[in-house]
Design a protein around this ligand. Structure first.
Ligand code: SF4
Length: 289
């Protein structure tokens, strides 16, 4: 299906960090809407999607004045205190139309002129590789976090058939890390995965964070339940994975296999700006490992 694309003029572009993102001063979304259309996307249950006639995944509003607004908003925000940005919280900044619009790239250019104190880039798209030249210039003030919710392609196809293939995401993160940029693999939301998953992430991620529907959808799993995701678990014979304790098995596996080399975090702790004084990750001392 062809997506409905619309250029819009926004009034502001930086939004105060709230809820799961309250460790960031701001979130930044170059687009509204997302054509990756993941079945489990919690944004489907937010007003931005519920109050639209078109189905989530079939439309994108392009904030065409985003770069101009960002320059203005950044200058203002920097006068008020440290600026730490999460890009993006309710859309993928590197979804397919970014190939043509280069809107996210233009925002990186602005942020190099008026730098925030920290930028977290969250995507599941290998297109982020295109901007390695710019991302490198942020030095240790940037983290590229690739969503890799499973290492199994059949599972990815069942839950997010129009999102990029897992091997392409793994390769992109590898390339980004080889360019000297700090990387994170976000297993978020955790989907059924294999025992080889830790070894696939070990060489490509400085940090791994695990999140699931119950910890991360902002409603204790209720939004996800309303989306009927359990049906996909049943269809794939993976019912036992639809469980608020399943993350413990994967956390255990990650820590046991690669915990000495890669930092493994959990839920909100894995989505914070760099903080040298941070507390240990939740579960670091769990005894069932
Ligand atoms: S990529 Fe992110 S914002 Fe886009 S549909 Fe998937 S979960 Fe939602």
């Amino acid at each position: 299906m062809k997506a409905q694309l619309k250029d819009i003029i926004s009034k502001s572009i930086l939004t105060s960090g709230v809820g799961q993102l309250d460790d960031f001063s701001h979130s930044l979304n170059p687009y509204a809407g997302c054509t990756f259309a993941c079945s489990y996307c919690y944004v489907r249950q937010l007003p931005i999607s519920l109050y639209r006639e078109e189905e989530w995944g079939t439309w994108v509003d392009i904030k065409s004045n985003a770069a101009e607004l960002l320059r203005r908003d950044l200058l203002k925000a920097r006068n008020k205190g440290p600026v730490t940005i999460f890009m993006a919280s309710s859309t993928d900044p590197y979804q397919p139309l970014e190939h043509e619009t280069k809107l996210t790239r233009s925002l990186l250019e602005v942020m190099l002129e008026v730098p925030p104190d920290f930028l977290h880039v969250q995507t599941r798209s290998p297109l982020v590789k295109r901007d390695i030249d710019l991302l490198k210039k942020f030095g240790d003030k940037v983290r590229v976090s690739m969503t890799i919710e499973t290492d199994k392609e059949d599972i990815r196809k069942a839950f997010a058939p129009t999102a990029p293939p897992i091997p392409a995401r793994l390769n992109a993160l590898k390339e980004i890390r080889e360019a000297g940029i700090t990387t994170q693999a976000s297993i978020s939301p955790l989907l059924p995965c294999s025992r080889e998953f830790p070894q696939k992430l070990r060489p490509i991620a400085d940090r791994i964070t695990i999140d699931d529907f119950w910890m991360g959808d902002g409603s204790g799993g209720k939004r996800t339940e309303r989306l009927g995701i359990y049906e996909i678990y049943k269809e794939t014979g993976m019912e036992k994975w639809y469980n608020p304790t399943a993350y413990k098995v994967v956390l255990n596996m990650m820590k046991k296999q690669i915990g000495n080399e890669v930092e493994v975090m959990l839920s909100k702790d894995g989505f914070t700006p760099v903080d040298p004084d941070r507390k240990p990750a939740i579960g670091e001392n769990l005894t069932f490992f």
